[in-house]
Design a binder for this molecule. Sequence first.
Ligand code: NAI
Ligand SMILES: N[C@@H](CC=O)C(=O)O
Length: 357
Amino acid sequence: MKTIHLALFGPGKVGSKLLEQLSISEEHLKKSSGINVKLILVADSSHALLNPKGIKSSWNNGFKSGAKRYSFNDIKDYFRENEFKNLVSIDTTASEDFPQKYIALVNAGSHIIAANKVANTLSSEFYKELRKELKRNNKKFIYETNVGAGLPIVETLRNLHLSGEKVTRIRGVFSGSLSYIFNKYSEDEKDFSEVLKEAGILGYTEPDARIDLSGKDVGRKLLILARELELNKELTDVRIQSLIPKQLNGDTSLEEFNKRVEELDLHFGSYKKDKSEDEVLRYVGELNAVSGELEAKLIKEPKTSVLGQIEGADNIFEIYTESYKDLPLVIRGAGAGADVTARGVFGDILKISERLN
Ligand SMILES: NC(=O)C1=CN([C@@H]2O[C@H](COP(=O)(O)OP(=O)(O)OC[C@H]3O[C@@H](n4cnc5c(N)ncnc54)[C@H](O)[C@@H]3O)[C@@H](O)[C@H]2O)C=CC1
Ligand SMILES: N[C@@H](CC=O)C(=O)O
C-alpha cells in the first residue's frame, strides 16, 4: 500500500468537494490502486488543522473545533519535522499570494497540485524559477484543472507539443461561467445580474466574479496554454476585452461591486439587443501559435455553429495542428463547477501517485 500525504490549502467550494470525493472513494482507492490517502493538513487563509496521523473524513467538525491560527513558517516546520513521505500540497485557493509560497513548499519536500491559476500566470521569471526548483528537488507540479476544469486540455496539449506535433491555433470558449451566463441570458428573460448571481451559487464564477467578467480568467487560461507551447508570453501580452463597464471597473471593492451589480443589467442589455434571434453571445479565446497573438473577446455566433451549440457551463476547445489541420481536435464538456473541478484535482492526485513509491 502506497501512502500519499495530502495538505489541502483552500477548503472552499472546490476544496471541500475534493475532500468529500476522497472520503467516498477511500476504500475503492485502496482496493483498486493500492493508494492510501492521508489528509494531514487543512488550511484556510488564517486557520489550519494539523494532524500527522491523519484528519478524519468529517474534517469540517475538526476544523471548527481544532483549527489554530497559523503562519506559513508553522507549515514549513510541520512538514520538515514530520518528514512526510509522498507529500502533496493542493492549492484550491483563489489567492494571489499563496502561489508565491510554492517554491518554499517544494523546498520543504512537497509536490504541488493547483486548481488556482495564479502561479502559472505570474511573471516568466517566477514560472521558470518554480520549474527550476521543482527539478532540483525532484518534485512534481500538476495543474490540469487550470484550463477547462475537469477536461483534459493541458495534458493533451503538452503531449501534442512534446511529441513534436506543431500546434498552430487554439480557439474556443474557455470560461464556464461566461458560457452559462450567456446561454441563460440569451434565452431567458432574466436580468443579467440575476443570471450572474446564479452562476456564483452554482460555483461557476471565481470568488470575485470580476475576474471572469473582466476577461482576466480567460486571459490567464490563454497564457497557461501559450506557455505549455513554450511561447514566451506575459499576461500583459493577451489582448483582453473587459465586459465590466467603466463605472464599476478599477477601484471598486468587491463588496461595492456586489452591491452595485444591478448596474450591469443595462450594460449587458445593449449586447443582447445587438444580436439577432438566431445568434448567441460567446466570450471566446484565440491563441495563434504562429503569430503569437492571444486574444479574449465577446462575439456573436450563429446558434447552429459549433461554438453556438454549446450548452450550460460547457467549454469547447478547438485545437488545430499539422495533423488536425482543417478539422480540429475538439474537446468539449462542463468547464466549471465544484464537482467536475474537484474530480479533475482527484485525477491529478492519481497522476502524481502513479509516479511515487
Ligand atoms: N469553480 C470552478 O469551476 C473552478 C475553479 N478553479 C479554481 O479553484 C480555486 C478555488 O475556487 P472555489 O473553490 O470556487 O473558491 P472558494 O472561494 O469557494 O474557495 C477558496 C478557499 O480558499 C481559502 N483561502 C483563501 N486564501 C487562502 C490562503 N492564502 N491559504 C489558504 N486558504 C486560502 C478561502 O478561505 C476559501 O476557503 C480558484 O483558484 C479557481 O480559479 C479552477 C477550475 C474550475
Ligand atoms: N471561473 C472559471 C472557473 C474555471 O476555471 C470559469 O468560469 O471558467
